[in-house]
Design a protein around this ligand. Structure first.
Ligand code: HEM
Length: 187
């Protein structure tokens, strides 16, 4: 499985999700106002996940730890920097979810729930202030889309890699033989 080049993936994901320098600056600027309310966002996120039949079993016995890591991640959305290291972290978070066998739709579903909560929070704080609300909502859409794109990229490669491991174990084929065959096939 080829290694990910984060110096390519990071700018690619930024262009695709509209994460511009201006929006990055807006997120960091809003940090001091938004961060104190993120514990509530986390609480509501897990309340919804506990009410969904497919997600609830994955939370048993680890809710307190999950809330801590989740809140820390939410705070990072309003801290920055949104660089290659952040992209690598999100890639790792994707792999953690693959390892515990979460279905891939948990990523997009989860992110929709988070964005939903963040939209409500921005309206709570800024009301319908046209100077703050629309640009900040666009910036939140961009950073959550950026994070999701990277998590799903990781999902894709980790799932493929796990499938390949299973295939090699079932067939008894060596990785070298598989790579030679795959190389010969594509040439
Ligand atoms: C899409 C938005 C999501 C984000 C940003 C997110 C974020 C995180 C983070 C930062 C971690 C810690 C990773 C580490 O140990 O380095 C984590 C772990 C975990 N998340 Fe999520 N998560 C998301 C969605 C979900 C959903 C929908 C579920 C459903 C139950 C879930 C269940 C878990 C579990 C079970 C772990 C712990 C895995 C382990 O270490 O055993 N996550 N998540």
């Amino acid at each position: 499985m080829g290694k990910i080049d984060f110096s390519e993936l990071t700018p690619y994901a930024k262009v695709f999700t509209g994460l511009t320098k201006e929006r990055e600056a807006l997120l960091i600027e809003a940090g001091p106002v938004i961060k104190p309310a993120l514990a509530d966002v986390t609480e509501r996120f897990y309340t919804v996940l506990q009410s969904i039949d497919t997600t609830a079993p994955f939370l048993e016995g680890r809710l307190a730890d999950l809330k801590k890591t989740h809140q820390a991640w939410l705070e990072s959305l309003f801290t920055g920097p949104f660089d290659e290291t952040y992209a690598q972290t999100m890639y790792h978070v994707g792999q953690v979810h693959v390892k515990v066998d979460l279905p891939v739709e948990f990523m997009s579903g989860g992110m929709s729930l988070i964005v939903d909560e963040l939209i409500a929070l921005v309206f709570d704080i800024y009301g319908d202030d046209p100077q703050h609300c629309p640009p900040l909502l666009k910036a939140i859409n961009a950073i959550t889309g950026f994070s999701l794109l990277i998590m799903q990229q990781s999902y894709q490669s980790s799932s493929l890699s796990a499938e390949l491991d299973r295939f090699l174990a079932i067939t008894g084929m060596s990785r070298t033989l598989f790579e030679n065959l795959a190389g010969a096939y594509s040439n």
